[in-house]
Write a protein that binds this ligand. Structure first.
Ligand code: APR
Length: 311
């Protein structure tokens, strides 16, 4: 079987870390593309030189030329600006819509059969932008948010309970922002409901910390936003696609009637395989959970209207 090919657009913090994770997992050859001269080339070469040490056969190159991305299996978009303290993800919209629109169009033209994964923020609106400009079928485009939000939730819960992170399962619905809805009813530790381990009050505090998880990192870093967990999360999605694992992961997927919604990308549980988003799964929601999801959908629709004005 020929090696898979992964294009990562944006060789900044998220893009370069994603490239390192993908290479370490031997998922395929990697093309790291950026508008900066020398940075993607230098990082790509540096990463290629790690491969004998890691014992993996992956070719990693950096480039500014979309010709090098031809016939990729997966395109990961991380290009754009990141948050600084005091900024919300939505503050990035006007700048990133232009960048993401342009790179999605150029990358899609060279790899018409790829699956496109978006990381740039504001996430749900950028997935919509990338989909519009790529011309791809909607289920071939998805956004990374839920895996990261759930990972944050799982880390905090595991630490609190004193149990392996591996044994904590969590589901986060909705947009990647203030309206994200971590579903505590679907949160289990080794199959046992989370409420056996924590008081409601403590659980609510951890839910709030999860919602603010991105801002917590921004306030520490000051010069940018999180990148280790976001890049690991998008590579988890890429791996499911490249290896056709059919993982059921929360991601920003296109809704075509599921959850009573149509025509938008928002965080839902989805099965990811070789064809991209192969199925959106609808868990039963209580009226309260439905209301939280509806609030999130309304926020995402608001951002989509802003995107439509700018495209
Ligand atoms: N084409 C290619 N690369 C671009 C373009 C473009 N048109 N515009 C910007 N870039 C590149 C920048 O040169 C930079 O190297 O995108 C990279 C972004 O890297 P960082 O500034 O380090 O930002 P990062 O932390 O990686 O975040 C990128 O992901 O998580 C989101 O909110 C975050 O939107 C942000 C994105």
């Amino acid at each position: 079987m020929p090696r898979k090919k992964i294009t990562i657009v944006g060789a900044g913090n998220v893009g370069a870390s994603a490239s390192a994770y993908a290479s370490a997992r031997e998922l395929g050859d990697i093309v790291l593309l950026d508008i900066l001269e020398g940075i993607p080339q230098g990082k790509g070469l540096d990463m290629f030189e790690t491969t004998p040490v890691l014992g993996v056969d992956t070719k990693v190159i950096g480039t500014g030329d979309y010709g090098d991305t031809r016939d990729s299996d997966v395109i990961i978009i991380t290009a754009g600006i990141a948050r600084k303290p005091g900024m919300s993800r939505d503050d990035l919209l006007a700048t990133n819509v232009k960048i993401v629109g342009e790179v999605a169009e150029k990358a899609a033209a060279r790899s018409p059969n790829a699956i496109m994964l978006v990381v740039s923020n504001p996430l749900d609106a950028m997935v919509y932008t990338a989909w519009k400009k790529s011309g791809f079928k909607p289920r071939r485009v998805a956004g990374m948010a839920g895996v990261l939000d759930a990972a944050r939730f799982r880390s905090f819960l595991a630490e609190e309970i004193g149990v392996s992170v591996q044994d904590v399962q969590a589901l986060v619905l909705g947009g990647h922002g203030d309206t994200m809805a971590p579903l505590t009813r679907y949160c289990f530790v080794g199959g046992i409901p989370i409420t056996k381990f924590l008081t409601r009050e403590r659980l609510d505090q951890i839910v709030q910390r999860t919602r603010d998880g991105g801002a917590e990192i921004v306030s520490l870093l000051k010069t940018g936003s999180a990148y280790y967990a976001p890049s690991a999360a998008v590579i988890e999605m890429a791996a499911s696609i490249l290896l056709d694992k059919k993982r059921l992961l929360p991601c920003a997927a296109y809704l075509d009637g599921e959850f009573g919604e149509k025509g938008l990308f928002v965080g839902v549980p989805a099965i990811l395989g070789a064809n991209g988003v192969e199925r959106v799964v609808e868990p039963d929601l209580t009226p309260e959970e439905q209301a939280a999801f509806a609030k999130s959908v309304a926020a995402v629709r608001g951002l989509m209207a802003d995107v439509d004005k700018l495209l």
